[in-house]
Design a protein around this ligand. Structure first.
Ligand code: C2E
Ligand code: MG
Ligand code: MG
Ligand code: MG
Length: 288
């Protein structure tokens, strides 16, 4: 009897695992054709500078329009692309596309591109960046590279060399999702980042009181003393925005400021928010 139950449980897990493996295989196949069929495009989310009172940058966020399954979020397919190695081709496309689209924006507006740790391992990143800048004509100073703490976990010497090479081109290097990793603070010593993005987890409750503010306050003041800019991620309310302003954050990003939008809407947004606009303090560039 017990043996029988055990067998059934075993079979249950096998079936569940088969289904999962099957799903992953399907997604891998779909990803390969998606790339050829041009089902990827980029959305852009504004980063608003609290000092100048204007949009200073847009973060490029990849979107996959699947013919049957609709929009698949990057959180679902980037890990599969990383495991299969497809991220190299996708990542180099993202760089090219983002630089090309940003080259038609005003010259004081930057573009930020997310880079996977896997792109560091394959060693083509610097060449990809050079190619993207070269073909688009975008000045290196208008490109920001966003990396997560995972990048600095692996093969650190080689990684630091690549970061230094990118830096020497004039590209800005940004630490994304700061505070969520294993030993976040130590990374600030390993490399001199131009900017740190404080994870949404620390921004969410910032308006609720002194102790919730403590982490953001500590990070902004530490970064300020190191000469590093700070961006608060995931700003969703006016109360959060005001608290972040008081804490001396350099930039804010989030649904309250502006949602990720199609490339075609970027120029319209920049025109309509009539920069600079210090007198508007509540809702900087919010789009209806
Ligand atoms: P991320 O780089 O931290 O990007 C910010 C994510 O937070 C985006 O999700 C954005 O839509 C979302 N977000 C922005 N403001 C708010 C807000 O106020 N509230 C909430 N709840 N969310 C907000 P998205 O576009 O789904 O991207 C998720 C992650 O996928 C990104 O996190 C990034 O790690 C990765 N990703 C996106 N595009 C690329 C890419 O081209 N290459 C690589 N390697 N990774 C990418
Ligand atoms: Mg990012
Ligand atoms: Mg982030
Ligand atoms: Mg994130």
């Amino acid at each position: 009897r017990a043996k029988q139950d055990g067998r059934n449980i075993h079979r249950f897990f096998e079936t569940a695992m088969d289904a999962q493996i099957q799903q992953r295989r399907e997604m891998e196949l779909d990803l390969r054709t998606a790339f050829a069929a041009e089902q990827f495009h980029l959305h852009y989310q504004p980063l608003y500078g609290l000092g100048q009172g204007q949009v200073e940058c847009f973060e490029a966020l990849i979107r996959w329009q699947h013919p049957e399954r609709g929009n698949i979020p990057p959180g679902d397919f980037i890990p599969v692309a990383e495991e299969t190695g497809l991220i190299s081709a996708i990542g180099s496309w993202v760089l090219k596309q983002a630089c090309r689209e940003a080259s038609s924006w005003p010259s004081d507006v930057r573009v930020a591109v997310n880079i996977s740790p896997v792109q560091f391992r394959t060693r083509t990143l610097v060449l990809d960046v050079l190619a993207a800048l070269g073909t688009s004509g975008l000045p290196a100073s208008r490109l920001e590279i966003e990396i997560t703490e995972g990048v600095l976990l692996q093969d650190t010497e080689a990684t630091l060399t690549i970061l230094e090479e990118l830096r020497s081109l004039g590209v800005r290097i940004v630490m994304d999702d700061f505070g969520t990793g294993y030993s976040s603070l130590s990374y600030l010593q390993k490399f001199r980042f131009d900017k740190v993005k404080i994870d949404r987890a620390f921004v969410q409750n910032i308006h609720e009181g002194e102790d919730k503010r403590a982490v953001v306050r500590a990070v902004t003041s530490l970064c300020a003393s190191l000469g590093i800019q700070t961006t608060a991620e995931g700003v969703e309310t006016a109360a959060q925005l005001e608290a972040l302003r008081r804490e001396g954050c350099s930039q804010v990003q989030g649904f309250f400021i502006g949602r990720p939008m199609q490339a075609a809407d970027v120029l319209q947004l920049l025109d309509s928010c009539d920069r600079p606009q210090e007198e508007i303090s509540g809702m900087p560039v919010r789009i209806p």
